[in-house]
Design a protein. Structure first.
Length: 217
């Protein structure tokens, strides 16, 4: 049962994840000077991970990827009328929702991990660029990578709630994105920031499980 549900989630979201990964790789290869695009040739001279070249692209692609995956997992079920089919399986609702969340969040984290590691590997390789590099320069990328998990959960809750789109339905996504941005500005981020992300994620997960149990499908 668990394998069947996970396979279903992976099959339905794999295309979105693959597209997001391709965009990640295209932008990173451009920063490495390996893109075939004529518009990215000069980017190879930026200091890796410093400035906004990598961070701005990573933020936008990650946000779009998390939102697309979350809505596919929720709105997709509503449009096809498959919530009833899933919830009538001999498994508790919270377990099914937890499996969906693990799959969706895991896809984003795996896809987001690839461009960071690839760009860091290139930046750490001698002779690839005329700039100094230290692994501490990647901390901002890891911070963004972790801070996007509330955006995924907020989008998931937005797709799950039965409210009107032009009413309060978008509130969880908007609030999660705003709080994720605020968390980025916290001092001592690797202590306070991670704690804030964990608490926000826990609150969103608890709300998602509550809505899944209370909603009349």
């Amino acid at each position: 049962m668990w394998k069947a549900v996970m396979y279903k989630e992976l099959r339905e979201t794999a295309g979105i994840a693959a597209l997001g990964l391709l965009v990640y790789l295209y932008e990173v290869l451009g920063l490495m000077g390996l893109s075939a695009s004529p518009f990215s040739g000069g980017r190879r001279y930026y200091v890796p991970f410093l400035g906004s070249e990598f961070s701005s692209v990573f933020v936008y692609v990650s946000a779009l990827l998390t939102i697309a995956v979350a809505l596919r997992q929720t709105i997709g079920e509503s449009m096809r009328g498959t919530w009833l089919f899933l919830f009538h399986r001999p498994v508790q609702r919270w377990k099914l929702m937890s499996l969906k969340l693990i799959t969706g969040a895991g896809l984003y984290l795996a896809c987001g991990l690839v461009p960071i590691l690839l760009y860091a590997w290139w930046a750490a390789t001698p002779g690839t660029h005329a700039s100094p590099f230290a692994w501490s320069m990647t901390l901002s990328a890891w911070r963004i990578w972790l801070s996007m998990t509330p955006v995924y959960l907020g989008a998931f809750l937005t797709g799950l709630r039965p409210a009107r789109w032009f009413g309060s339905r978008l509130l969880p996504l908007a609030a999660a994105a705003l709080l994720a941005g605020v968390i980025q500005t916290l001092p001592c981020w690797w202590l306070l920031g991670i704690l804030a992300v964990i608490l926000l994620d826990a609150w969103l997960i608890a709300t998602i499980l509550f809505v899944a149990e209370a909603r009349d499908y």
